[in-house]
Design a protein. Structure first.
Length: 98
């Protein structure tokens, strides 16, 4: 999920935020992440949580590719998604066959 701050008075910053978010969504990089994108004079700040370091690196490098981005500030936090624990199996006593 990608969150953009409320519309700013700077239409250029709002447009850049939207283009970065759209670019990340088109490349399916936002799945499993909670991202916030802020822009100010060509500087993009990425914050939020991602499930892996690899995805963090991809998001950072793809955000840099968007036209108009001068600098990317990476404030992303890696929070690994824990796999679901297996269901508990009831331990029944073993029957001994004589």
């Amino acid at each position: 999920m990608i969150t953009l701050p409320a519309r700013t008075t700077d239409p250029t910053a709002s447009d850049l935020q939207y283009r970065v978010a759209l670019f990340l969504q088109q490349h399916r990089l936002a799945g499993g992440s909670r991202l916030r994108i802020e822009a100010h004079r060509g500087v993009i700040t990425l914050s939020g949580q991602v499930p892996s370091f690899h995805q963090r690196q991809l998001i950072y490098s793809f955000a840099r590719r968007v036209a108009g981005v001068i600098q990317v500030i990476d404030q992303l936090e890696v929070v690994p998604v824990e796999p679901p624990s297996p269901p508990a199996v009831a331990k029944a006593p073993l029957a001994v066959v004589a």
